[in-house]
Design a protein around this ligand. Structure first.
Ligand code: ZN
Length: 475
């Protein structure tokens, strides 16, 4: 996600309030097959889903867990909207949604299931050994809240991010059952294959992770993606081709940001490694703040000015590499996601000087705001500078933003200064190539840089992320 923030507002207002497949091998993955339809009148998606689950854990499983993110929008739910975002998320007043499941089966037999207070669905299954498969089927119904958020309806646009029951990650011998926190992008999903058939009003346009719908039906199959998102609306569109990828800009207006998207894709293709998917949808839609990334599809808020749209497009497209193809634990190590993506956005400007934004100015801005943040809150305790923290443990979205985007960007620039441009950029290429379609760890990232430098970086990086060193000199 791209958060917009101004340190000025802080001062004035005082707001503080694995495992995985190798490249091209998509056989041993979960396969989602979903047939769904959207009813405009009730803003309801009715669906049948079959999940062909591959047990790539080291454990014998007797249950499989799913996030029902859509249920977090219910009345009384653990809302993904922070108090400070309520007015921008619900401009027309509070609205609620829900997600319910029924008719759950495991390998053809009726299965026991329950949904806990964190909107995690647990389905009991016959014992499943590692490397074996089982098929879970269920029906689900999703009612969309009227909200400018990842999942919801607002002003003619349907945002369908995290719209189906998503299999939880399984790590260290247990299912990872984080609730839908309001801070950050609290998702922890594995790459999977998708077969989607989704019907919607034929007068509208549907953009998705797997390409575009035709005449009211989105009928696509896509392999090796970390999520599957759809946005539906009365959009105009403009397409350009970059390399092997068709980029399409969707907007209700006549604006056109295909050049930015093309420049971003081209820059990152050269700098990190090739984007592996045939399509990329950039959709200007109803979103409360900045933008949001999904594989092959990004949201850009319809509330942004021209300058911010350019930055958000560059930022969200960088997420195709960091989050999308190379996954990470966005809940506990969000700096690996947002810090590297924010720095990649800075690299976009550095490599494309015609946009008139200097790399040095962006780093200087980050340093200035970070120093001010430390000054303002230095008496609040050391934990205020900890980057490695569960997003749900940050007391405010502001602290999360400073520890992931701002301090993260400064840290990556510091690593670059320390090891030099050749080692840094070769390290990023190695990080991408060696971790495609996986969930990368901090050690994977450090190891990629260390392959190109004699510096041992573990302690250096740890000092940044554990908050034990407030600031390092940056060139
Ligand atoms: Zn982001």
């Amino acid at each position: 996600m791209k958060k917009l923030f101004l340190i000025v507002s802080v001062v004035i207002l005082g707001v503080l309030s694995l495992t995985g497949c190798s490249k091209g091998d998509f056989d041993d993955l979960i396969v989602y097959t979903i047939t769904a339809s959207l009813d405009e009148a009730t803003r309801t998606v009715s669906a049948e889903m079959s999940v062909d689950y591959y047990n790539d854990t080291q454990s014998e499983l007797t249950e499989i867990c799913f996030h029902l993110y859509g249920n977090a929008y219910r009345e009384g739910g653990k809302s993904p909207i922070s108090q400070t975002d309520i007015s921008s998320a619900y401009p027309d007043g509070l609205s609620y949604g829900s997600m319910t499941v029924c008719d759950v089966t495991a390998d053809g037999a009726k299965a026991e299931f329950n949904v806990d207070e964190n909107d995690v669905l647990t389905v009991k299954i016959p014992a499943l050994m590692p490397t074996r498969r089982t098929i879970i089927k269920m029906k689900f119904e999703l009612v969309l809240a009227e909200i400018r958020h990842r999942l919801g309806y607002y002003s003619g646009k349907y945002n369908l991010g995290n719209w189906y029951p998503v299999v939880c990650a399984y790590r260290d011998g247990a299912w990872v059952k984080h609730p839908y926190y309001s801070n950050g992008d609290p998702f922890d999903s594995v790459v999977a294959n998708y077969n989607i058939k989704f019907t919607y009003p034929s007068s509208l346009t549907a953009a998705s992770t797997g390409g575009e719908g035709q005449n009211g039906t989105l009928d696509v199959s896509v392999k090796g993606v970390r999520d599957f998102a759809i946005v539906i609306g009365d959009f105009n569109k403009k397409s350009v081709i970059e390399g092997d990828t068709t980029i399409t800009w969707y907007s209700e207006g006549s604006d056109d940001y295909t050049k930015v998207a093309k420049d971003a894709l081209s820059t990152y293709n050269k700098m990190f490694g090739e984007y592996p998917y045939p399509t990329l949808a950039v959709v200007k839609t109803a979103f409360l703040n900045g933008g949001m990334e999904y594989p092959g599809l990004v949201y850009v808020s319809d509330a942004l000015n021209d300058e911010m749209i350019t930055e958000v497009v560059a930022h969200e497209i960088a997420h195709q590499w960091w989050y999308g193809v190379v996954g990470n634990d966005q809940v506990n190590h969000a700096w690996m996601d947002e810090g590297l993506t924010e720095y990649s956005t800075t690299l976009f400007y550095e490599k494309n000087p015609s946009y008139g934004v200097e790399k040095e100015a962006r780093i200087a801005d980050s340093l200035t705001t970070y120093i001010l943040y430390c000054e303002l809150y230095k008496d609040s305790g050391k934990s205020l500078t900890v980057m490695d923290k569960c997003v749900g443990d940050y007391p405010t979205n502001l602290e999360y933003t400073y520890m992931t985007y701002v301090k993260g960007q400064i840290m990556f620039d510091s690593i670059r200064s320390l090891i030099g441009d050749d080692a840094f950029f070769n390290g990023l290429k190695t990080y991408y190539k060696e971790n495609m379609y996986k969930v990368a760890t901090k050690a994977d990232m450090i190891g990629a840089f260390e392959k190109h430098t004699d510096y041992r970086l573990t302690s250096y990086v740890e000092c940044w992320v554990d908050g034990s060193a407030l600031m390092f000199a940056v060139k």
